[in-house]
Design a protein around this ligand. Sequence first.
Ligand SMILES: Nc1ncnc2c1ncn2[C@@H]1O[C@H](COP(=O)(O)OP(=O)(O)OP(=O)(O)O)[C@@H](O)[C@H]1O
Length: 460
Amino acid sequence: MATASKQQLRRLRTLGRGASGAVVWLAADESSGQLLAVKSAATPAAAEQLRREARVLSGLRSPHIVPFLGSHADAITGEYHLFLEYAPRGSLADEAARNGGRLGKRDVRRFTADLLRGLAYLHGESVVHGDVKAANAVVGADGRAKLADFGCARAAAGCDLPVAGTPAFMAPEVARGEEQGPAADVWALACTVIEMATGAAPWSGDVDCDVFAAVHRIGYTDAVPELPPWLSPEAKDFLRVCLQRDPRRRPTAAQVLDHPFIVSADPAKHFWASPTSTLDTAFWESSDDKDDEEEASESAAGRISSLASPRSALPDWDSEDGWIDVCSECSQVPEAPAVVTAVTVGGAGFDLWCETHLDAAEVGLHAIDVEDAVRNPTSHVGVVVDFVKPQQRHSSSSVGGIGLCLCPAACHQGKTVDRNSAVLVMSNEKSSLIMHRFGHFVTLFNLVFGCSLVYTLHIA
Ligand SMILES: Nc1ncnc2c1ncn2[C@@H]1O[C@H](COP(=O)(O)OP(=O)(O)OP(=O)(O)O)[C@@H](O)[C@H]1O
């Protein structure tokens, strides 16, 4: 994504608020339709902290660090804005919350490996994060955990900033106010593993009740955080190694990359996470229709399966909040296709792939005025597809619901994006649907009952 500029951004919704006084919000770049996260500070102190964060982030580039897209200082209001790549799954704390409060063993291991790689890179750049915890790491669209919130970051050596961070995650030497070097990040990472595995910060009883007592315990006793008993022996060994109280005996992030707990971690799980991928038309479009056609016909099944994903990977379809309403230059209506010849249906979890050839009369696909749909989102959806006949043809588990959400009267909302070919439709009833037209194909993602069903209409 190109560096963003504040003027062309539309504010969509708040993503998070931190103790620093900054607000993180989701924004759409009106010229490109891309989504990004904007961290904004209104007060001079918070703005100064954000400036520092921008300086640190601007020098970093790693798949395990949240990508920095630019910054903007508003001379009139005094506000400062930091532009970051939007991580559609939110923080690791959000990820745990969605999963019932804590993460499963495999996810803990996978995300730990991501964060450790981020730390190894960061320390190699002579930067200390200073506040590693689940709320300060986001999960990107590539499925990787990425270190975020560099508000406490500092130079690895010769830094005269006072120690900072979150008490429960502080290493003993930080709690004593002595030093905050790379070894403190390794300790905090181990605390984050405990947090991901249990849903609570280490020392939770102590810290919740009395921060001073907890900091005293961390800094001035021999105690180490309790290890979750259900973790694997490898995980426990990794934690013991990283939770050495003496920072000189703690391994570096680079050294511990070889630990069996990390070496055996699964690779990143690629989630399909709307809305960035829906709007990322580069994913779908190539330079001309011929290419589109060829590519689409060669790899439709691959595209579909890569997009089908469990509902847990998807946004909250029922909420009014957070829906993309991006329309800088309203889109033109794609030409109405002449005839729909086939419907391919695929879906995660349903073990279902079938292709049905249709008569022209069986499925009607009618493009309507998308601009009008934007002006009157409840009266129109961008495209109306009459799926009544296929709905009768297939079992209700495979096609059920699609007729509902494509019927304008039943549609809760129609939202359009500003690329000619993309139309996003949602329903708050039984199903939700995303539609994308490219070349001679229309792909419909129907998100029903915990799985994604994907319909590809082949248009003659
Ligand atoms: N790039 C991003 N994409 C999506 N959500 C984000 C992104 N960056 C931050 N957030 C969300 O905003 C929350 C707050 O962000 P961040 O930790 O950077 O703010 P902060 O004010 O520095 O917080 P604190 O000082 O409490 O640690 C995160 O926990 C996360 O939920």
